[in-house]
Design a protein around this ligand. Structure first.
Ligand code: FES
Ligand SMILES: [Fe+2]
Length: 377
């Protein structure tokens, strides 16, 4: 092989995200979605400053409602989250006292220029639509007004009257896409989590699980189906793998699915696990890990107890293995995919149909493209 051929071969093995242009461009996530922000109980009258999909955003509650501002004063750029309140329903920047309407973001007064300041009403700070469901605050990150109600982006379990939602919110280092891919990645489960994860200590974990085509589209989700499960096999010239021991007696079938804008669902026998991978910036993401239990009050209480006694900690230790891999994986490394990566491809393909920018045209175009790609398959 000469140098050129070698270089071409190497380039062919680069992470070829340009096949999925929308996914490639989504280093900061997909904007036209509702995203979870925080537990409702954590947002009160004191401003909470966060970065979300690259935007600095300030959240604050007044009269029971949560408001969100782009966290930068249009005057000289001071974060509004260090501001203070002078009048109900408004928020004043700490530097020169520009005072914004909490609902509309319109400048109601420039206090240090007197009541007749001519700039009033001519400046507006960006506000974000906010809703609360399931004990969580959700924010619309689209550039226009919401094109769907918040319920469209919240899995049903969170909206059910008999649901108990527990979980944790942490920040991890890496791009959100690597984390989402790992969540739905089929091949890693039976190797990475075989060793050292306390959660799977007693599991009779198969050597491999095969899903045709990376999963089936079901409503908003792409869901992995275990079309073939291999407990152990003989690897030519190497021997038998994996070794099953007498203490491996538990069967824990989990059904895994993923949806836009980057939410994972793992259905377990006793409860359902959900994760969101939400870009903070291109190099870090907010990781939401929820467990949702449906049932009567007694079952919910029992689950809550089990969560705090062991489930939470086992889950943390388990998902820390994922975090370890995601941290080690370079964003620009070459990739040479193998059969189980059909799962990753299925997810990337789904991302190409992410909700467009507001007007129906973009969505219609995506729909036509989707039909075409389905026919090609
Ligand atoms: S920077 Fe905000 S009022 Fe001047
Ligand atoms: Fe994992």
């Amino acid at each position: 092989m000469n140098d050129t051929a070698r270089r071409q071969a190497r380039q062919g093995a680069q992470r070829d995200l340009h096949i999925w242009p929308r996914y490639e461009a989504a280093a900061l996530g997909f904007r036209n979605y509702w995203y979870p922000v925080n537990w409702s109980r954590r947002i009160g009258a004191r401003p909470v400053a966060m970065r979300l999909l690259g935007d600095p955003v300030m959240f604050r509650r007044e009269n029971g409602r949560v408001h969100a501002f782009y966290d930068q004063c249009p005057h000289r750029g001071i974060p509004l989250s260090v501001g203070r309140q002078e009048f109900p329903g408004t928020w004043s920047c700490r530097y020169h006292g520009w005072t914004y309407d909490c609902e509309t973001g319109v400048l109601r007064a420039a206090l240090t220029d007197g009541p007749d300041s001519p700039i009033c009403g001519k400046v507006r700070v960006r506000t974000y639509p906010v809703e609360e469901r399931g004990g969580l605050v959700w924010v619309w990150m689209g550039d226009g007004p919401p094109t769907v109600p918040v319920e469209a982006d919240i899995p049903e379990d969170f909206l059910a009257a008999d649901a108990m939602i527990v979980g944790r919110i942490t920040v991890r280092h890496s791009n959100w896409r690597l984390a989402a891919e790992n969540g739905y990645d089929e091949g890693h489960v039976t190797f990475l989590h075989r060793y050292g994860a306390l959660w799977t200590t007693f599991d009779r974990m198969p050597g491999w699980i095969r899903t045709r085509g990376g999963g089936d589209e079901q409503g908003d989700w792409v869901r992995r189906v275990n079309n073939e499960v291999g407990l152990a096999g003989d690897y030519a010239g190497l021997g038998r793998w994996p070794r099953q021991h007498f203490w491996h007696f538990k069967r824990s079938p989990a059904r895994v699915a993923i949806r836009l804008p980057g939410a994972l669902q793992v259905r377990m026998a006793a409860y359902t696990y959900y994760a969101w991978y939400e870009a903070i910036d291109a190099e870090s993401y907010r990781y939401f890990q929820f467990m949702v239990k449906r049932g009567n009050a007694l079952r919910r209480r029992g689950f809550q107890l089990a969560y705090w006694l062991h489930r939470r900690w086992l889950n943390v230790q388990f998902t820390n293995q994922d975090g370890w891999m995601i941290r080690l994986m370079p964003m620009t490394a070459p990739e040479r995919l193998y059969r189980p990566d059909a799962s990753i491809i299925a997810w990337r393909r789904l991302c190409e149909h992410a909700r467009g920018e507001g007007p129906a045209e973009a969505d219609a175009a995506a729909g036509t493209e989707r039909e075409a790609s389905e026919q090609r398959r």
